[in-house]
Structure formats: C-alpha cells, structure tokens
Write a protein that binds this ligand. Structure first.
Ligand code: ATP
Length: 292
C-alpha cells in the first residue's frame, strides 16, 4: 500500500547573530543563538506510482524544481538509502519566504525526518543531522529544533533546554521586501569582536533566565546594520514592537523579518496593535522545544 505522511516544519529566529569574519573558503565564521518557534509549514509526503519527485506549493514564490531544498533533501535521503524516487511532496507554506526564518532549510529538515519514518529507517536524530549538513548550514539545527548555540558556518551546535514558560513571540514581516542572505553577508563590515564575545555569552544566559530587561541591552544581530540601512521600514517595525516597553525586538537572520519576545501573549498582542497601518504580515507565536 502507498503511504502518506504529514510533518510540521518550524521556523527559526536568531536571538543573536555574530558575524565574526570571512574565512579563506569564502564562508563567514558565525556565532548564532537559534530558537525554533511555533510558526510552521505543513509538509505532506506521498508515495506515488510514477518515478521522480514532484513538488507542490501554495506560495508561487517557491520554486518547484530541483532547486527547492525539499527536492535536494529527498534526493540526498533516497541516494543514501538507495531508494528509487516515487514521491509527491506538498508544501503548505505559512513561513514567509526569504525572510530570515529558515523556511527552506526547515522544509528540507522535515522531509528528511519524514522520509526516515515513511521508509521505516531506524536512523537517529544525530544520523539525520549528519545526512542534512550537505543541504545547508541551518538544516542540522532545524532537524533537532529547540534552542542552540551555533558556531562555524552554523553547523557546530550545542543544544540547551529552551526557557519555560515559553516566551510569546511576535513575527512581523514587511510585505514587498525580500532580502538575499548572500547580499547581506557580502555587504557586512566586521566590527569589534572582543566586545561581542562577552555579549554573546551574556545574551544566552539572559535569554535562558527570561530576563527581557537584560536582553534589551545585550541582544544583537550584526546583519541589522546592512539590512536596516537599505530598508528603513524594518527599523520602524522594530521600534514600534519595542515601543510598549514590554518586549525586546530584533531582526532575524538577514531579515527582513523582525521578532519580538514577550513574557506572555497579552503583552505580545498589545505590541502588535502598534503596527496598525503598516504593510506587514504579523504572526503571534511562541518558542518551541525539541522536535518530536
Ligand atoms: P535563511 O534564514 O536560512 O537564510 P530565509 O528564511 O531567508 O533563509 P528561505 O525562505 O529559505 O529564506 O528562502 C530563500 C530562497 O530559497 C527563496 O527565495 C527560494 O527561492 C529558495 N527555496 C528553495 N526551497 C525553498 C522552500 N522549500 N521554501 C522556501 N524557499 C525555498
């Protein structure tokens, strides 16, 4: 009998993003604190009679050919286990595309975990994380989910228990603005790394003890300087989300999405009201733990 499986693919935010320096191989050496959130795509994987991998998506911005990270993930998995491709994969996109929320990476991660279940492969999460590293540097993190400190290109991961009760998270994405991750890194001018080393560790501690006031002074994303300069509306959204004084707001990844952390949903909803009249897509979510 042909099987069908449905998996959730959670978005990530960067609580801190430190771009240390450009390496001789062209990649940047990073320090990043990453957290998965409840905003998620829903992926349906179906075995089909015809050969090949067919991709469907409700968002026309997403490519349906071999450049889709889901296609790459399925190909890597099937090659690894020498399985002939006979798959239809539907991506129901809720995560805004090219927004700094790792939408493509998390879809790829969900497909890897989903295929392991669909084909009854007894692989562990660390096995899948290893297989996933070739697809993209954020993929091993989203395979696992929760809270992690990432170093190297983002592939050296140390996981932590996310704080409890979970923060409420507002995600605000300006419409009509898309930022290429590559462009943001290419235009970044590295700053003072010594000060960042200390601040980076302090962000993780303040985040874990749910100290929003401390985070207001500590939190940073090096790529903000690049994206905010080009897209002032991102700065405006950040200022508005912080204006109630209850939360801490920051751009995620290379942007343009902005996230803000609050102690509870009531404060998150109050901050969302400040965005009234802005051309922005808003989600009220919460941080999540390790993927099931
Ligand atoms: P990151 O935070 O990892 O830098 P992002 O959230 O900024 O990524 P994505 O949503 O992953 O960006 O999209 C980046 C590009 O990847 C898109 O413009 C799209 O062409 C391509 N892409 C490939 N596969 C997918 C997918 N499954 N979902 C979304 N975009 C995809």
């Amino acid at each position: 009998m042909k099987k069908t499986l449905i998996v959730q693919a959670p978005a990530k935010i960067n609580i801190a993003l430190w771009v240390k320096h450009k390496r001789p191989d062209g990649f940047h050496e990073l320090g990043s604190i990453m957290q998965t959130i409840s905003l998620a795509d829903t992926i349906t994987i179906k075995e089909i009679g015809e050969p090949g991998i067919r991709i469907f998506c409700n968002n026309p911005e997403v490519p349906l050919d071999a450049s889709n990270l889901v296609h790459r993930a399925a190909t890597v998995f099937l090659d690894h286990f020498s399985i002939e491709p006979h798959l239809a994969i539907n991506i129901e996109k809720k995560i805004p595309v090219a927004a700094g929320l790792a939408g493509g990476s998390t879809d790829a991660a969900a497909v890897l975990s989903g295929l392991a279940r669909l084909y009854d492969k007894s692989v562990t999460t660390p096995d899948i994380m290893n297989i996933s590293a070739t697809i993209g540097s954020d993929v091993p993190f989203v395979v696992h989910g929760g809270l992690a400190l990432a170093e190297g290109r983002g592939e050296k991961l140390s996981f932590y228990e996310p704080p409890r009760p979970p923060y409420a998270v507002v995600i605000a994405v300006p419409t009509g603005v898309s930022v290429s991750t590559r462009w943001a890194y290419e235009n970044y001018q590295p700053g003072n790394n010594q000060a960042k080393e200390k601040a980076f560790e302090e962000v993780l501690q303040a985040y874990r003890r749910r100290d929003i006031d401390a985070l207001k002074a500590l939190i940073f994303n090096d790529l903000e300087s690049v994206t905010l300069h080009r897209h002032p509306e991102v700065l405006r959204i950040k200022e508005l989300l912080a204006s109630t004084g209850d939360g801490v707001a920051m751009m995620s990844g290379s942007g343009p999405s902005v996230f803000a952390l609050f102690n509870d949903r009531k404060h998150a909803m109050k901050a969302v009201k400040t965005l009234h009249g802005m051309a922005v897509n808003v989600f009220i979510e919460h941080i999540t733990r390790k993927n099931a």
